[in-house]
Ligand binder design. Structure first.
Ligand code: ADP
Ligand code: MG
Length: 350
């Protein structure tokens, strides 16, 4: 990390566009029966077999969404797939295929793109999705990656944002805020490295936070769990921008209010410790940090028994009538309105 590796460099020009695409994608295997035709024709062909097709896309831009000075390219490839799969799972759908489009400058040798595709391939094999196409072009500035993910769902089990009802329980998977604090740690170490390139960062005390930032996992397991325990969420969204902004999206779509309990928000002990070190309020970080890629969903009260005690799921509040508004009940038992603040507000506070 943070070093300039002088590895072998094969110029992209040596391969040509078709040679490059073939080189990067030749080891990918087709796993889904719905994939009829993948890379190599004018378009891919999918047979959805009576299911509803789910489509989502995200564009990642160097310097805006990622910093290659601490983001290894293999992790970047993996994360670019995760952020898309997370959106498919948030529909309670199964992710099945992706396309990957890249724009690269000649600053990147073939070996760098091999790393990127190694991360993409690892994500595809763990999450059982097929790479079925993409586009490759040159860029005069940084690296751009656009991933489109496809998924399928039975019409009866697909979950949107707009189905929450008064009295439903608000549930979140995993824990929140860690990815944001991981980024704070990496950015701090980058500044230290700039001043003293010989300083080796000791990231061990921050391992969980850094991992959540660099190698997030989309919650395929939660979608499978809900199916297994026969819980059909009434509304669902994934947490990419921070808990408060996702709660606002869900409640606005569903035309409801909410009561969120501060003491229930799941936080990892390492997050609490590092927030103290950075003098940041851990609740604020969990509410506004983002990039958690956890699932936030509502369930009927009668389903509570089915999720009770599950270590992956936490009930953090409940849905109220729209007129009651969106409220955070603090540890001191006062009620304050939930507002979307996101990254920028957090930055101002520092
Ligand atoms: P066209 O000129 O018809 O757009 P391309 O030469 O761009 O075709 O692509 C040839 C094939 O390779 C297509 O199947 C396309 O989807 C796939 N492909 C192109 N770039 C990538 C990439 N970066 N990753 C994966 N597949 C790609
Ligand atoms: Mg093309």
């Amino acid at each position: 990390m943070f070093e300039n590796k002088d590895e072998s460099r094969t110029s992209l020009g040596e391969l040509g566009e078709f040679g490059l695409i073939n080189h990067l994608t030749q080891t990918f295997k087709i796993k889904q029966s719905s994939t009829v035709t993948a890379i190599g024709d004018d378009a891919a062909v999918i047979d959805p077999d009576g299911k509803q097709l789910v489509v989502t896309t995200d564009l990642l831009v160097e310097g805006v969404h990622f910093d290659l000075s601490f983001m290894p390219l293999k992790h970047l490839g993996y994360k670019a797939v995760m952020v898309n799969l997370s959106d498919v799972y948030a529909m309670n759908a199964e992710a099945t295929q992706i396309t990957v489009s890249i724009a690269v400058s000649n600053r990147f040798p073939l070996e760098a793109l091999e790393e990127l595709y190694a991360g993409i391939e690892l994500a595809c094999s763990i999450y059982n999705v097929d790479l079925i196409g993409g586009d490759t072009t040159s860029s005069t500035t940084g690296l751009l990656i656009s991933v489109t993910a496809l998924g399928q769902a039975e019409p009866a089990t697909l979950v949107k944002r707009d189905g929450a009802k008064d009295g439903d329980l608000l549930v979140v998977s995993g824990d929140l805020g860690a990815s944001y604090m991981g980024l704070q740690v990496l950015e701090r170490e980058k500044q230290v490295y700039k001043v003293n390139p010989n300083a080796q960062p000791d990231l061990e005390p921050y391992a969980y936070l850094v991992e959540r930032q660099l190698k997030p996992e989309a919650r395929k397991d939660v979608v499978e769990l809900l199916k297994k325990i026969e819980v059909q969420p009434t509304a669902m969204i994934d947490i990419s921008d921070g808990l408060s902004s996702e709660i606002i999206h869900l409640c606005k779509s569903s035309k409801t209010g909410v009561r969120l309990y501060e003491e229930k928000i799941p936080l990892d002990p390492q997050l609490i410790q590092v927030c103290e070190e950075f003098e940041l309020d851990s609740t604020t970080v969990a509410l506004s940090g983002g990039e958690d890629y956890e699932l936030l969903f509502t369930i009927k009260q009668e389903d509570y028994e089915k999720i009770k005690g599950n270590p992956h799921l936490t009930v953090i509040g409940h849905i109220t009538p729209e007129n009651d508004g969106l409220n955070l009940i603090t540890r001191a038992n006062t009620s304050i309105p939930i507002v979307a603040r996101g990254w920028n507000a957090l930055k101002d506070e520092e």
